[in-house]
Write a new protein. Sequence first.
Length: 156
Amino acid sequence: MKFRSLVTAALVVAAAAPAFAAGPLTMTTRMMVEKRVAAADGSTTTSLVPAVSVAPGDRITVVLAYRNTGTAALGDLVLANPVPKNVAYRGAATTAAPEVSVDGKTFGTLAALRVTTPAGTMRPATADDVTHVRWRLSSPVSAGQGGELAFKAVLK
């Protein structure tokens, strides 16, 4: 099963920066899969490799790379990424933990979110309920600068 066909994700950028001039922001999403290699001494090492094909249960890392290609700093940036339907969110993969959403509208910590059950009652949200992740960048992105943000997931 080709993974790339499953995870064509649109990126949403909201830039509310009255103090900073608007400028181009480029973003790309890469899917990486964990590859475990057994060494002769019996130990195992894990590395991330591009996800060309994956199977259900494989652990992946979704990497959002961004870069300010403009001539002025960009501030008050919010970078959001939907979680593909065939992927289950499993947590932050970078030190910058994202806010999450179970509906694409309301964001917060996973512990603060609730979902409606088929019976109409509310229950605490779980990682399997997450549909979107977003990061609020605390500092402006200078011209020519960028970075990467990531979250861990598993293929359903």
